[in-house]
Structure formats: C-alpha cells, structure tokens
Design a binder for this molecule. Structure first.
Ligand code: BDR
Ligand code: CA
Length: 306
C-alpha cells in the first residue's frame, strides 16, 4: 500500500512528542517535513525539542524548519504549567547536533506541497505556519489532500470556557485554514479529553522495554503530574497523537460532517469552534473514540521505537 505523504507542524510538547513518534514509526505514513509552532513553549524551545526527538527516533534526515515566533496578530501565549520550562520536561536527551533547514516553517510547507503530490498537513499546535503558507501562496490549497488538526471542541474549551489552547493562541490562523476550502479533519477536546494516560496505561507502557517505552513513561509522569496540578485531572489527556492515529487506523474514531467556524472576536468567545450540523460542511469532526484501539496503536509504535 502507498504511504500517505504528510507534513507535521507541531509544538513539542509532551503529546506532540508522541504524535511525532507515531509519524516516524508508521509504515502507512511518509513523513516529508516537520515544522514547529510557538505554543506550548517559545519557538526556540519547541524547535530544539523537535530536533532532539527526530534524532532520538533516528529520523534526523527529515527536514526540520523553525516556524513563526508568534501568532499572526496576537501576542504569544505559552503553556509551561503543563509542558514545563523546556516544553518537554521529564526526559534528558543526549547532546545532539542542532541542524535546521534554513527556510522558515511556512516556506518549507509551501515547497514540500509543491514538490509532492497529495500531501496531508497535520497540525498539533497553533495553526500559524500553515495559515502563513496559505496567505503567501493561496494556490497550494488545491494541492493539499487534507488538513488534520488537534484543536477546538464541539463542547467546552480547556483554557477558557469557550476555547481550546491551539485555536485560542492563534484564532486568525485557524480561521484562514478553516476557510481555505481544503478538506479538514478535526480531533478536538470532546474526544481527546477521553484519552487519559491513567494507571492502566502507565502500567502497560512500563512493560514495553524499548527506548520508546522509556521515553513515554518518563514524559507522561511529568505530564500527568502537571495536569493534576493545573487542571485538577487525575490523568493527562493524550491529545495530539489522535491526529496521526486517525490516519493510520480508520477504526479508532467516528466522524460527523460539520461546518466549523472560528470565533475571532475580542470577546470571551474568542477561539471557540462553532460546529454546525445543518450548514454546508468543511470538516470531519471526531465525535467518538475507541479507547482500546487507540492505545493499541500507541503501544505498537512504542514497541517499534527500539
Ligand atoms: C493542545 O494544547 C497543547 O498544550 C497540547 O500539546 C495540545 O496540542 C490541547 O489543548
Ligand atoms: Ca500540541
């Protein structure tokens, strides 16, 4: 079977790290490029983390470009409460060589889409880079197969009552992507908050004696502890890998076609994703998750990361 061409735009980030692991170890995907967003931490930190992770996954040959240092129009917001000062607290990487593509993230996205057919763009952070790419070269939209994002919610947000973090940080960027005409697939909080790294998951992962298993357990200890302190959750939700898993296993999520619109006002509702059933649809919105199948996909990727 032909592998699906993908770009991962991410802000690692504990859950982004596991999304990247899945991209590197799936035989159904062809990871063409990685770009970084400012979100969970500053752009310098998320880029350093992405570089460390690519080396750790023996994928340092994949082009990695630093994205925009701030959202399109609003000031930057980061999330050290969950991801720590480094953006990926809990795991000490060896000192890897730092080698980045010279292009800015959005330019690497444009070039990769032009040079390859049927590229799917996965975003697991604020959508700034993809929006910049679409603004700079609107013609690329006809070449993008699909945008698959972690963000938004059909119900409540996590940072405000209305908004989820990735959309709230750069609502204008999300609005550009959702209005672009490219088919979208949205994995929002309404499903990802059900995917909890609970004791059972930690126990199963700790039995996986690979480098991937070790990375997962160490990262998730810190992630869970921070989720408990900040959100009062008993276990952390593993949001971002949902995007990748939806591409490698079509039995994990159930989707409904909806029209999704982004609130870009300067009110309490900013960043809200309005998910409308009775309007012409632009997005497949995840509404159900099969948790056993989700974790099977995670465990099998951790086993392959030897
Ligand atoms: C999203 O926000 C980030 O902190 C996570 O990495 C995830 O992408 C969840 O709201
Ligand atoms: Ca993220």
């Amino acid at each position: 079977m032909k592998r699906r061409n993908i770009i991962l735009d991410c802000d690692p980030g504990h859950d982004d790290a596991i999304a990247l692991l899945l991209c590197c170890y799936s035989d159904k995907l062809n990871l063409l490029a990685v770009t970084t967003a400012a979100g969970n931490q500053t752009i310098e930190k998320t880029t350093r983390n992405a570089n460390n992770l690519l080396h750790f996954f023996n994928s340092q040959n994949i082009p990695l470009a630093m994205g925009a240092s701030s959202p399109l129009v609003r000031p930057i917001q980061t999330c050290p409460e969950i991801h720590g000062e480094s953006g990926l607290d809990g795991f000490d990487f060896p000192l890897y060589e730092e080698h980045y593509d010279k292009r800015e993230g959005y330019q690497l996205i444009i070039d990769t889409i032009k040079e390859n057919d049927d590229v799917t763009v996965i975003t697991t952070g604020p959508m700034t880079n993809l929006a910049k790419a679409i603004k700079a070269e609107p013609n690329i939209t006809s070449r993008i197969k699909e945008i698959v994002l972690m963000g938004g919610s059909t119900t409540e947000g996590n940072i405000t009552k209305a908004a989820e973090f990735n959309i709230l940080v750069d609502p204008e960027a999300a609005d550009i992507c959702f209005s672009s005409g490219v088919p979208l697939r949205m994995l929002g909080l309404n499903v990802t908050r059900k995917i909890l790294v609970d004791d059972k998951v930690m126990l199963e992962a700790s039995k996986i004696k690979t480098r991937g298993g070790d990375l997962f357990v160490k990262l998730m200890k810190v992630f869970n502890e921070n989720q408990r302190k900040f959100f009062g959750l008993t276990a952390g939700p593993l949001h971002d890998p949902a995007t990748v898993i939806s591409l490698i296993d079509d039995e994990v999520f159930t989707f409904k076609d909806m029209q999704v619109k982004i609130d870009i006002s300067n009110t309490d509702l900013v960043g809200k994703t309005y998910c409308l059933l009775d309007k012409p649809h632009n997005t497949k919105v995840a509404i159900e998750v099969n948790l056993d199948k989700y974790w099977e996909n995670i465990y099998s990727a951790l086993r392959r990361c030897k």
